[in-house]
Design a protein around this ligand. Structure first.
Ligand SMILES: [Ca+2]
Ligand SMILES: [Ca+2]
Ligand SMILES: [Ca+2]
Length: 259
């Protein structure tokens, strides 16, 4: 089984001097359904393309190499918990983004989990709750609400591929993610969750060259000073979510490097 890790083109998304990079994880080997066959599914885009969702590149795939399909991993109707471990080899991750929804759905029910495992023991999880961060794929019957402020309604006519967001603990910045687990139970009408896309955002610490012109000098120091106290990711050298004295010191200690 060949696992493709696609380094999305950072240049195509967002600022050129951002430390953030996106890594799309291709789920093609585990897809088991084509949701373009579901109710109003022909309103979904076809797979094998990258969608821009809130500035995040999300790769969607096909099912059985059918160019007119949108392949997803949907929890099988086994009546018991099913879990997939998706291998990942990404160091320095900051945020995990998914595109998920489900069949049917009763608001408030737990449908499963997304878990993230680091080589050195870092761990994060996101519980999938119907009507909170995941909902029925199709408008009309069942549960159609999305109330998690971190979830984003991403709609195509009357169907949707909503985006979930999981901020990872800081320990992942120095750890390597070994795998992401998608698990849960398929129950009608509670819901059967599916995963359509998985992207990790990483943050690479730097030597203080925040404007990435190859030289650590007064222009980098000024950029960090002007952003001081903010969460400006372009000036947050160590990727801890705030621009503070640690970032400024990194620039000072790196002063003159590469000039
Ligand atoms: Ca519905
Ligand atoms: Ca510079
Ligand atoms: Ca910082």
């Amino acid at each position: 089984m060949r696992i493709k890790l696609m380094i999305a083109l950072t240049l195509a998304w967002g600022a050129m001097n951002s430390h953030a990079q996106f890594v799309s994880i291709d789920i093609t080997p585990w897809t088991n359904e084509n949701i373009r066959d579901w109710t109003a599914g022909n309103q979904y885009p076809t797979g094998n393309q990258t969608l821009n969702v809130r500035g995040v590149p999300m790769f969607i795939t096909t099912s059985n190499n059918n160019a007119n399909s949108l392949g997803v991993m949907v929890l099988p109707a086994s009546g018991s918990t099913h879990a997939w471990d998706i291998p990942v080899n990404v160091t320095g991750a900051k945020t995990l983004y998914t595109l998920m929804n489900n069949a049917w759905g009763v608001c408030g029910r737990e449908l499963g989990m997304i878990e993230v495992f680091g080589q050195n023991g870092s761990y994060a999880s996101m519980t999938l709750i119907e009507g909170f961060n995941i909902r029925d794929h199709f408008n009309g019957n069942y549960c159609n609400s999305l109330t998690d402020p971190d979830a984003f309604a991403f709609e195509f006519g009357s169907v949707r591929l909503d985006q979930q967001k999981l901020e990872l603990p800081e320990s992942f910045l120095t750890d390597t993610i070994t795998h992401v687990r998608f698990s849960g139970v398929n129950r009608n009408p509670d819901g059967a969750a599916f995963l359509a896309s998985l992207t990790l955002q990483t943050c690479q610490g730097s030597n203080g060259d925040v404007n990435q012109d190859g030289c650590v000098d007064d222009s980098d120091m000024l950029q960090v000073l002007f952003a001081f106290g903010s969460d400006d990711p372009d000036s947050d050298v160590n990727c801890d979510g705030i621009v503070d004295d640690i970032d400024l010191l990194t620039v000072l200690f790196g002063f003159g490097h590469g000039c």
